[in-house]
Design a protein around this ligand. Structure first.
Ligand SMILES: [Zn+2]
Length: 292
């Protein structure tokens, strides 16, 4: 049994400000749970969160246990998209690649094949998924990235590429996950973040497909391209490539590990525009897709 630290309120993960405005329309979709936007930098986040262990447990036992399957066509398609993005941007052949939140290992199984030729490793909190990877011969550490860094197995500075796919939004602290990736990468290595979080882009679906009822801290962060770039900058990564996210379901960004003392410029979003974005999305959903 995991020892549970109590839930607590967090400041903005991107700029540290305590000044946040609630995105009021979100409650219609979350079952009354609040979602906030930072008044300083425009980052969208869930203020009240449980412990990292409780969130990882919720993902392993409650969410993945029932609904999620990495083999459905849409998921295979998006993982293939990321594999192509990484290969064309950074090259995968003979690279030592760590996937944080490796899931069942579908992506790693894909990129270790001869056409990509990467050497792969996963850190994954679900024991069941680690067993699934082990049965396919994929090396895996069972735990969070924080657990891995504290373990004797961890190899700081040894990876060429770290991938974080549909995972950065699902941990308790995106800052700690990015800092962990920084520590594990070699000098000049690269991180690739892929996410479905879409802020300040055309609406691709009804708002009730994006915000779901129930505990919100299993999806505590919602990134725009600017705020994702900002998070990477604050963890000493300089963005080198981003996909054409404006009309794609995926936001995919590659960034290069910079020195620990480097100051990389970033700018967030206008919080009023973010609030207006959600209000417009709510109006469109209510007017046209409420029954979808
Ligand atoms: Zn902020």
């Amino acid at each position: 049994m995991v020892e549970m630290e109590a839930s607590r309120d967090w400041p903005c993960d991107l700029c540290g400000s305590d000044d946040a405005a609630e995105i009021v329309v979100a409650r219609d979709y979350t079952g009354g749970e609040p979602l906030h936007v930072c008044r300083s930098c425009g980052f969208v986040f869930v203020r009240r969160r449980r412990s990292a262990e409780a969130i990882a447990d919720a993902w392993s036992n409650e969410i993945f246990g029932s609904a999620y399957a990495a083999h459905i066509p849409a998921v295979v398609a998006r993982l293939t998209y990321v594999a192509q993005f990484v290969d064309q941007t950074l090259g995968l052949r003979d690279k030592r690649l760590l996937d944080i939140g490796g899931g069942e290992g579908v992506f790693l199984d894909m990129i270790r094949r001869p056409e990509y030729g990467a050497e792969v490793f996963a850190v994954e909190p679900s024991n069941a998924y680690c067993d699934a990877m082990a049965s396919r011969g994929i090396a895996c550490f069972a735990g969070t990235i924080e657990d891995y860094l504290e373990s004797l197995e961890a190899k700081p500075g040894s990876f060429d590429i770290v991938t974080i796919m549909w995972t950065l939004e699902n941990c308790q602290s995106c800052r700690r996950m990015l800092d962990g990736a920084w520590a594990l990468l070699r000098d000049g290595g690269h991180i690739v973040v892929a996410t479905g979080s879409r802020i300040l882009v055309p609406f691709k679906k009804p708002l009730h497909y994006y915000l779901r009822p129930g505990a919100q801290d299993t999806h505590a962060f919602r990134f725009s391209a600017k705020t994702l770039r900002g998070h990477l900058a604050r963890s000493h990564f300089e963005a080198v490539e981003v996909n054409r996210f404006i009309d794609n379901d995926i936001l995919c960004m590659a960034a290069r590990k910079a020195d620990r003392d480097s100051e990389i410029a970033w700018s967030g979003d206008d919080p009023d525009k973010v609030i207006d974005f959600f209000a417009r999305w709510h109006e469109e959903t209510a007017a046209h897709y409420a029954d979808a």
